[in-house]
Design a protein around this ligand. Structure first.
Ligand SMILES: NC(=O)c1ncn([C@@H]2O[C@H](COP(=O)(O)O)[C@@H](O)[C@H]2O)c1NC=O
Length: 528
């Protein structure tokens, strides 16, 4: 175990693919009197800047071979990194084999992820799997009692500060921190390789699930103030809360991230201008319209009480007209693909309100994975990327829906996909009028949604419930006729649901008796 005395650096090895900051780093190390060993391209860049450097091949007496597949994989290098400086036997081995200690390892790896991302062929991807780099990084991290390891240009300033503060040496706390980061770095690198190989083999669920994500931000707290939390990003370039640019407002909270994601993914379902207002990961108002402004008014009318403190997602650029329409309503987050200068200037008056701009909309049909945890494990599934197939819709009642009812049924079912089960959504003319979410019984959801519609109607000064004459969507089949009858009692004229219950015949007969039109989708959208 090393003591707390800083370990001074006599010799460093530099082997980097990303040569950002390399020359400045080399100069600073040279100024501290560090002897620099380096591989081909890195050595060339250093030498070109007039920095004294020894090629690794000259140091080992062995050339780089096999197109660089073997260059630092040599006992002279690895013995120099791994030798304990407080072990007589290790020192004797170094002496016997003319191995000189290496006190600092600066390595960044072949750009494997970037190579895959640009769609390179199999052989090129394989050639970009770094072997010698991770070997040095892991060796240095293991021997952190004596050796410091740096794996990214972003770490250079901290290293140089440390050297300046400790007379050209590194301290144990820094070396330990760098070692932990180094193992996380190589683990993430291998996770990317393993994930790519499994995907190439067509394996959706490989025997071992490995994933890596980078900490973006430590959050103030989690879902509740007594929980700790952080946000990690996977690098997936899906337009949304992880890739958005925050233009203004307070830092996003744990719940903001979750709710904003839910809102934006739902807004992305629509081709027409759409507004989604979300509370606690459920929509409390959704509308499409000729313009975002038109959609806003109708989305808000669905549940103006719940919209207080809501998250607003839109699928068109935010304009000043919409910012003006927000008025004094307290909102937590606005997420949009873009915003006009005027809109941003107007929104700037609400300094705490977060504005996120994504640069585009995600593809709701794109394949991706969905991960959640249970005690002792993870549940992994493909994300719900399914949409209604118009050709698969089946009208099972005597009455056919009108074209307007059919459009509203598709709209309502699309929203039900994004509402926690059991979900019932009433909609009319491209706007929700009542949403029942997360109830343990479907009939309760139908009643809850109807009650919410009545309340909204009362607030708007209407003489009858907006659910009267609306359509209803159910995220899963009606196990009994009672849920369907509740939608009829609320005033719905047409219903959409997956079908597939043992009692479908009973439910269809009840719909016929109530004079409803009913459409089956053939697929459900549970969301828990
Ligand atoms: N094969 C080896 O012994 C080896 N040693 C270091 N590398 C990598 O070679 C790259 C640097 O090469 P250059 O200095 O030639 O540009 C670094 O990303 C480093 O991780 C190696 N390459 C791949 O495994």
């Amino acid at each position: 175990m090393a003591d707390a005395t800083p370990v001074s650096i006599a010799r460093a090895i530099i082997s980097v693919s990303d040569k950002t900051g390399l020359v400045e780093l080399g100069r600073a190390l040279a100024a501290h009197g560090v002897e620099i060993l380096s591989t081909g391209g890195s050595a060339k860049a250093l030498a070109a800047a007039g920095i004294a450097v020894t090629e690794v091949s000259a140091h080992t007496g062995f050339p780089e071979i096999m197109d660089g597949r073997v260059k630092t994989l040599h006992p002279t290098v690895h013995g120099g990194i791994l030798a304990r400086r407080d072990e007589a036997e290790h020192l004797a081995a170094m002496e016997r084999h003319a191995i000189r200690p290496i006190d600092l390892v600066i390595v960044n790896l072949y750009p494997f992820r970037e190579t895959v991302a640009r769609g390179a062929a199999w052989d090129e991807c394989v050639e970009n799997i770094d072997i010698g780099g991770p070997a040095m990084i892991r060796a240095a991290a293991k021997n952190h009692d004596f050796v410091a390891v740096v794996t990214a240009p972003a770490q250079y300033p901290a290293l140089l500060e440390e050297l300046s503060a400790h007379g050209g040496g590194t301290t144990l706390p820094l070396r330990r921190r760098l070692a932990a980061e180094a193992y996380a770095h190589t683990a993430a690198y291998d996770a990317a390789v393993a994930g790519w190989m499994a995907a190439q083999a067509g394996e959706t669920f490989p025997a071992t699930f490995v994933a890596a994500a980078e900490r973006r931000q430590v959050l103030r707290y989690g879902e509740n103030p007594h929980q700790q939390a952080a946000f990690y990003t996977t690098g997936e370039q899906r337009a949304g809360v992880a890739t958005a640019r925050q233009v203004q407002g307070k830092e996003l909270s744990f719940n903001n991230f979750n709710d904003t994601d839910a809102a934006f993914e739902l807004a992305a379902e629509f081709v027409q201008p759409a507004v989604v207002i979300v509370k606690h990961a459920n929509p409390c108002g959704v509308a499409t319209g000729a313009t975002i402004l038109d959609a806003w008014g109708r989305a808000l009318a669905c549940d103006p009480v719940s919209a207080f403190g809501g998250i607003v997602a839109i699928n068109r650029p935010l304009d000043k007209a919409l910012v003006d329409a927000f008025g004094k309503l307290f909102l937590e987050v606005i997420i949009a693909p873009d915003a006009t200068e005027e809109a941003m200037a107007a929104l700037a008056r609400k300094a705490n309100l977060r504005l996120l701009l994504t640069g585009g909309m995600p593809d709701p049909a794109a394949a991706a994975m969905n991960l959640r945890s249970v005690a002792g494990g993870y549940l992994l599934q493909t994300r719900d990327a399914r949409a209604i197939d118009p050709a698969a819709l089946q009208v099972v009642t005597k009455r056919q829906p009108t074209p307007q009812e059919m459009a509203d049924l598709v709209f309502a079912f699309t929203i039900a996909k994004h509402v926690k089960s059991n979900a019932i959504v009433y909609a009319r003319d491209g706007a929700t009028v009542g949403i029942g979410a997360g109830q343990m019984s479907r009939v309760d959801s139908a009643r809850m949604a109807a009650w919410k519609a009545e309340e909204a109607g009362r607030i708007a000064g209407l003489t009858e419930s907006p659910a009267k004459g609306a359509v209803a969507a159910s995220d899963a089949f009606f196990p009994f006729a009672d849920g369907l009858l509740a939608t009829a009692a609320a005033g719905a004229t047409a219903v959409i649901q997956p079908g597939g219950s043992m009692r479908d015949a009973e439910v269809i007969a009840a719909a016929d008796e109530a004079g409803l039109a009913m459409v089956l989708t053939g697929h459900r959208h549970f969301r828990h």
